[in-house]
Structures are given as structure tokens and as C-alpha cells.
Ligand binder design. Structure first.
Ligand code: ACM
Ligand code: ZN
Length: 734
């Protein structure tokens, strides 16, 4: 910010996201029953902000501050909201907050800035201000401070998937409240996907009468928003300076729409709204003109409901299977002089881009819209890493960063820790200064496949979204995981009072050791600096009285170590545990009959939620595969797989295996279950150890795939340590 250089004066203020600049100024302000809120700016939006502040303070304080309009002369004992500041100092979303003994003043050029000033003021008050009930206190004090603040990025978002599991509008409004509290400003509403169409479109009533419902456990399951619901949510969000960006998926992820209107597919259907996850072959037919008319008619109603400049049209994960066989699609490719199906996808997106452009809107799509050529007005939301963002920004397109590596809030904390989210940098180093300006910001994505119950959403979203809010708002130079801890702890106390069931990370085991020959030690690492870790060795859950972890725990016999995070005398995390096993060296086997690299692979048909006992089942095919790459599997959505091989242990000792899978998997080495990575989940690495004599050993991987992402990978580290390496596998004979 141009005006003052306030920053670096004393400790950081207890605010998340951290303000851009601040200076501690001495005595602060006391909010009393006779404190007045004065709005010294003209217009209903400004007046409403005075009421917003009074609304916020009333429940806990038990009194409502009187609000009045200012006339330039402002007395003491007041909280002033004013627009008397030069716009170039604070920008459209910035504010200046001054707190001293006689008044608090929030300066902002635009109402959004004043709204964010109010959010900071909330965090400067005692945490009890967030209590939803009357909380008598001697004083409600605000420290003496001057803050100048504005965001690093204009796009600070959260995606909520309401297709996989419908969420009612109360739930949605609560997410918007929590977003606004974190000074985030985009609610990306994922309204359309295969498993449910959630927005009423008057011209196509079957989209919701058919497309909003699927069968789950023999029951009709789903729901949708009426257009009145949508208007209510959009209006609610606008009052909190949150823009609602709707996502209407095309040309893929549209099975719910095709179940209602199969005529817009290539084959004509019929289709059902699926209750399984995945990437389905059936997508909109890009050859039929009627498909474009349909989507444009849908968009007409969407545009009337959502004032957002940006409209998200999906565009991700579009298989070309049907287009390759469809005469209409093939004719379109020929007529339009397109090279292939990738260019047909690009043609589709170009047409929608042109349509939105004509209506004064801008198209946003997932990074797949780069395939076959990016449409001129398109903004790219990068999810498969940051490659899409880099490519698009270099071409001069705006981009939004939400890579699976840091921003997928549906992933387990073992894949994306709070620290990992906090470490995210939305501007890739490959971009120069001008290209970097195209990074509008980023967002956390809360997909819902694995979160059927609304109440489980909080612990996926928080506190990772709190960490991301700082990534998207605060200056990069202040990013400090250590400094963030006490501020996050303070914030969590406030979120708790708002009823948020956030997740507290347990400690982690600092290495992968769990098998030993004579002795070893258990090493623990707190999830965050300053956490206290307690542990037990007797199999019982830790309590606040259990031993404090102070350093490596010596282990000589079979031992179960359980550990948990203790904070403020309270056990906050569920315990983690690991069994340390003393093993003797597994005896080697005969080795492969031929030295053919790879795995003997058997494929099974079926759908499972856990690794089944494949030995009781009949495989549909058996072959030798060079590696575990799943892209070569012809039936990509639902199947089971068993891969068997010999590996050579070059020396005796303890070997660590790392098995990554999406969905579940297990690894046996000889007859020892070495890694259990079972269950339905996003890509997840688990490790295990085994003591091997020098020589050949049999390994076996069991795996199942139940739709969605698919990954399978195995690496190992030998007794001498070093980096993870691919396991040199040799196929067992048939
Ligand atoms: C996505 O996760 N398919 C955008
Ligand atoms: Zn077609």
C-alpha cells in the first residue's frame, strides 16, 4: 500500500488473514453500552454496514449500539465508518482501521472495504464476541492499533459441490458467512454434475424433476434450489460482498441432464442419474445444433439469476469415446475443418465463450478447456497442478489457482496438511511480472463424493480454508507458518463459538519405521509448532495426563504407540497410532522363472468399497503389465486388480514400501500384509516395512477402482535409506 509504512512494528495482530500493514499505537478503545456507531458516508449500502456491525455485536454484548449518520463532526465514544479516504490508498476492497481511546474509525473507499474492516474489528475484540448468547463482561476492549489492509488477490474463493450431495440453502448461507469472515469473496457453486442437477430451469423442468434425484439404498435421494432460493442466496452473499459464481458443467459431467433430456447425447440414451462417482463416457453431443441451443437457453436463465461477471462452465474430464463414434460429431468435425475430438471440445467451448461474451459475461473453465485451443475470452481454473495456469497466463489469459496438491479440501489431511495448504503460492515462478498479473487468485475446492453428511463438511474445510484465506489475502513477505500458529489458535476459538467443527491435526510419525530387527525408536512430530504431544505405549488412548513427548521413544519389543495433540490442557485430536513389530528376516523364495520385467496382472469385474478377497473370484483377464499404470486398463471405472511379482532384496535388512492408490489397495510381501491402504479415498500414500533376507521375495498388490480419480504406485527404500525408488518387479509365472 502506498500511504504509510506501518508494517513490522511489533507483534502481528491477532487477525486471520494477516493485514498488509499495522502499527500498535498504545491505549485502545472500550465498547460500552452508550458507544455509538456513526456512518459518515452516503447511501443505503453504507447505512447497512452500520447495522451489520450492530447486529454482530448485539448477541454477545447483550445490548445494541445506536447507529446514526455522521455529519462531519464526530464526537468521542464512537465507532465511525467513513468513506473519507482516497480510493488509491485502499483500493476497492481495502480499509484503514484506527483504534484509540476516543474512537475506532474504519475508513474505506468502497463498502466492501468497510465490511472487511468490520471483520478485522471482530477479531480485535475478545473472542467471546462470537458467542451467540449474552456474555456479561467487565469490558469489551479493542487494542490501540492502526491497520492498513487490502487483498493480494481479487479472487479468493471456495467451491462447494452440491451435486454429489445436496446441501440446503441454510447450509449454503452459513458457508457464505464463514467465507466473508475470512475476507473471502467468491462462492463457486458447483450446481451441476453427473449425480444431480441442482438448479431449477423453467424452460427445462425435467432437469430438476428427473435430474435432481437418484436412487440411493432403494430411496429417491437428492434435491434442488428453486429460482427463488437462488435469488435469496445470491442476495445474501451480495450483502456479505461475496460473488456467487455458478458452475454449469458442459460438455461432460452432465449425466443428470442427459437422464432428463437424452436427446442432447450422442446415442439418445436412455440414461439414469448415476449414484456412483466417476468420469462417464456419455457427454453432450457436440455435433447436434440442438445441444448448443439447449445449453444457451439454460445459460439465459442462469445469467438472469447470477449477476456475476464470471460464469463457470466446467469443461473438465470429457471423454471422447462417444464423439468418436457419433455421426453428428464426426460431421461437425468435418464441416468445421477440425482436426480431431480435442478440437471439437475446443469448438464447443469457443461457442459458449462467444455466447457469454455477447451477454457481457466471461467464461471460466477447468484447465481441460486448453485442449484443442483456448477460447479467446476464457479464464482457466487450474486443478491438475499449476500447468494449466502457467500455459494460460503465458498466452495472456486470466487464471485461478486451485490445484489438487494444496487446495482440494475433500482430500484427507494426511495428503494435504494445514501446513501444506498454508505453503501454497498461487503465482508460479515460471511467470514473469506481466504474466503473473493474470493470476486472479485461488480457491479451496470442497468436493462432496466422500462427505455425504453436511456435518462432516466443516472438518474438511476448516482450518485449511483459514490457511488459504491468508495465502489469498496477505502479502507474501509475511507468510510464516510459525507466526500463523497463535493467530490460527485464536481464530479457531472464534470459529468454535460460531459452531464450526474444525479439524485439529494429530501429530505425525516423523519417519516410516514400524518394523525392526533388534531395536528402534518412535519419532513424533507435532502438526504445528507449539503443539504439545502426549503418548502411550500400553495400547490405551492418550489422556491429558499421559507422557509428554520430548524426544525419540526407545522401542525394543512389539509396541503400539498412540499419540495425540494437547492444547490448553485439552486433548484436541483423535490419537494416531502405529504398531512397532519386531521381525525376523523373511526367507527368500525361488525367484522368477523368466526375467520378464513387470507384474502378472489379473482384472476382476465388480464394484467394491473395500478390497475384496480376490482369490474367491474369477478374473476376466490375465496379462503381464510392465508397470502399475492404470491408464492402460480398458474398463476404467469399476474393477478390481491383483498384481504379482518377484523383487530382489539386494541385502538383508528392513525395507520400507510406499503404496499410493485411489481407491483402496493392500500390499503383501510374502505372507505379510505390509501396507494396508484400503477403503474409498482420493490418492493416498501409505507405507509399511518388512524385514527381508537377501534374495527374491514375492509381492502382491490388491486394488479396486470405484470411479473418479485412479492412481496406483509402489516405491521402496532399502535398509541403507536414500530416496524412494520404483520397485524393480519381475512378473511371476502364470
Ligand atoms: C475436477 O476436480 N474435476 C475439476
Ligand atoms: Zn455426438
Amino acid at each position: 500500500m502506498a500511504s504509510l509504512v506501518l508494517a513490522g512494528r511489533g507483534p502481528t495482530p491477532p487477525i486471520v488473514p494477516l493485514p498488509a500493514e499495522w502499527r500498535w499505537t498504545g491505549p485502545g478503545f472500550e465498547v460500552r453500552q452508550d458507544t455509538r456507531i456513526v456512518v459518515d458516508a452516503f447511501g443505503p449500502e453504507w447505512r447497512a454496514l452500520g447495522e451489520t456491525l450492530a447486529d454482530r455485536l448485539e448477541p454477545a454484548m447483550g445490548f445494541r449500539l445506536a447507529t446514526s449518520a455522521g455529519n462531519g463532526r464526530i464526537g468521542s465514544n464512537t465507532i465511525v465508518i467513513t468513506d473519507r479516504i482516497a480510493p488509491e490508498l485502499v483500493g476497492a476492497e481495502g480499509y484503514r482501521l484506527e483504534s484509540g481511546p476516543s474512537r475506532i474509525t474504519i475508513y474505506a473507499a468502497k463498502p466492501a472495504g468497510a465490511f472487511y474492516g468490520i471483520q478485522s474489528l471482530r477479531q480485535l475484540l475478545p473472542a467471546a464476541i462470537e458467542n451467540p448468547f449474552f456474555t456479561p463482561r467487565r469490558s469489551w476492549s479493542v487494542p490501540g492499533i492502526t491497520i492498513e489492509d487490502q487483498p493480494r488477490f481479487p479472487w479468493r474463493g471456495l467451491l462447494l459441490d452440491v451435486s454429489r450431495h445436496f446441501r440446503d440453502k441454510q447450509f449454503v448461507k452459513r458457508q457464505i458467512d464463514l467465507l466473508a469472515y475470512h475476507k473471502m469473496n467468491v462462492f463457486h457453486w458447483h450446481l451441476v454434475d453427473d449425480q444431480g442437477w441442482r438448479i431449477d430451469i423453467e424452460r427445462y423442468p425435467k432437469l430438476t424433476s428427473v435430474g435432481a434425484w437418484r436412487m440411493e439404498g432403494g430411496k429417491r435421494y437428492g434435491g434442488f434450489y428453486t429460482q427463488d432460493d437462488i435469488r435469496e442466496v445470491v442476495d445474501y452473499a451480495a450483502k456479505r460482498y461475496v460473488t456467487v459464481v455458478p458452475e454449469i458443467e458442459m460438455p461432460g459431467h452432465c449425466n443428470a441432464a442427459l437422464a432428463a433430456y437424452p436427446e442432447y447425447s450422442c446415442t439418445g440414451g436412455p440414461f439414469q442419474v448415476p449414484s456412483l462417482w466417476g468420469v462417464f463416457a456419455d457427454v453432450y453431443c457436440a455435433g447436434k445444433e440442438a445441444t448448443y441451443t439447449f445449453n444457451q437457453n439454460v445459460l439465459d436463465e442462469v445469467l438472469a439469476l447470477f449477476p456475476s461477471k464470471f460464469i463457470h462452465i466446467g469443461g473438465d474430464e470429457v471423454p471422447k469415446t462417444r464423439w468418436k463414434e457419433c455421426p453428428d460429431c464426426q460431421k461437425k468435425i468435418k464441416d468445421e475443418g477440425l482436426k480431431d475430438e480435442a478440437e471439437l471440445q475446443s469448438y464447443f467451448i469457443h461457442r459458449i465463450d462467444a455466447y457469454l461474451d455477447k451477454k457481457g459475461r466471461r467464461l471460466v473453465g477447468w484447465d481441460e478447456i486448453l485442449e484443442g485451443g483456448l477460447a479467446p475470452g476464457a479464464t482457466v481454473m487450474s486443478w491438475r497442478g499449476m500447468g494449466g495456469a502457467i500455459e494460460a497466463a503465458k498466452m495472456g489469459h486470466d487464471v485461478i489457482a486451485s490445484p489438487t496438491s494444496h487446495c482440494y479440501l475433500d482430500y484427507p489431511y494426511t495428503s494435504i496438511s494445514v501446513e501444506k495448504s498454508y505453503s501454497f503460492e498461487p503465482v508460479p515462478p515460471q511467470l514473469n511480472r506481466d504474466q503473473a498479473k493474470h493470476v486472479l487468485g485461488g480457491q479451496g475446492n470442497m468436493w462432496a463424493e466422500l462427505t455425504p453428511l453436511p456435518r462432516d463438511t466443516d472438518r474438511q474445510v476448516f482450518p485449511r480454508l483459514s490457511a488459504l484465506s491468508e495465502v489469498f489475502w496477505s502479502p507474501k513477505k509475511f507468510r510464516s507458518w510459525t507466526d500463523f500458529q497463535p493467530r490460527l489458535n485464536g481464530l479457531l476459538g472464534r470459529l468454535e463459538r460460531q459452531g464450526v467443527k474444525y479439524f485439529i491435526e494429530p501429530p505425525r510419525f516423523a519417519d516410516d519405521t514400524n518394523v525392526f530387527l533388534t531395536s528402534t525408536s518412535a519419532k513424533l512430530q507435532p502438526a504445528a509448532p507449539g503443539d504439545t504431544v502426549v503418548y502411550t505405549l500400553d495400547g490405551r488412548d492418550p489422556s491429558p495426563q499421559s507422557s509428554r513427548y520430548r524426544g525419540p521413544i526407545p522401542i525394543q519389543r512389539n509396541t503400539v504407540v498412540k499419540a495425540a495433540t494437547l492444547r490448553n490442557g485439552r486433548l484436541l485430536s483423535k490419537p494416531i497410532e502405529r504398531s512397532y513389530r519386531r521381525e525376523t528376516l523373511a526367507k527368500p523364495g525361488s525367484g522368477p522363472a523368466t526375467r520378464q520385467p513387470g507384474y502378472l496382472t489379473r482384472i476382476y469385474e465388480g464394484t467394491w468399497d473395500k478390497v475384496p478377497n480376490f482369490d474367491g473370484l474369477q478374473p476376466v483377464s490375465t496379462s503381464v503389465a510392465l508397470n502399475l499404470d492404470l491408464k492402460r486398463i480398458p474398463r476404467p471405472e469399476f474393477y478390481g486388480l491383483v498384481a504379482e511379482a518377484w523383487v530382489m532384496a539386494p541385502e538383508a535388512g528392513v525395507y520400507s514400501f510406499f503404496l499410493t492408490s485411489d481407491d483402496g489397495s493392500k500390499l503383501w510381501v510374502g505372507d505379510r500384509l505390509t501396507v494396508d491402504n484400503d477403503g474409498l479415498h482420493a490418492p493416498l500414500e501409505k507405507s509399511g516395512q518388512v524385514a527381508l533376507a537377501k534374495g527374491w521375495h514375492r509381492i502382491r498388490i490388491d486394488f479396486f477402482q470405484k470411479g473418479g480419480g485412479r492412481t496406483l504406485d509402489l516405491t521402496w527404500i532399502g535398509p541403507r535409506g536414500g530416496p524412494k525408488k520404483p520397485v524393480p518387479a519381475f512378473a511371476v509365472g502364470r
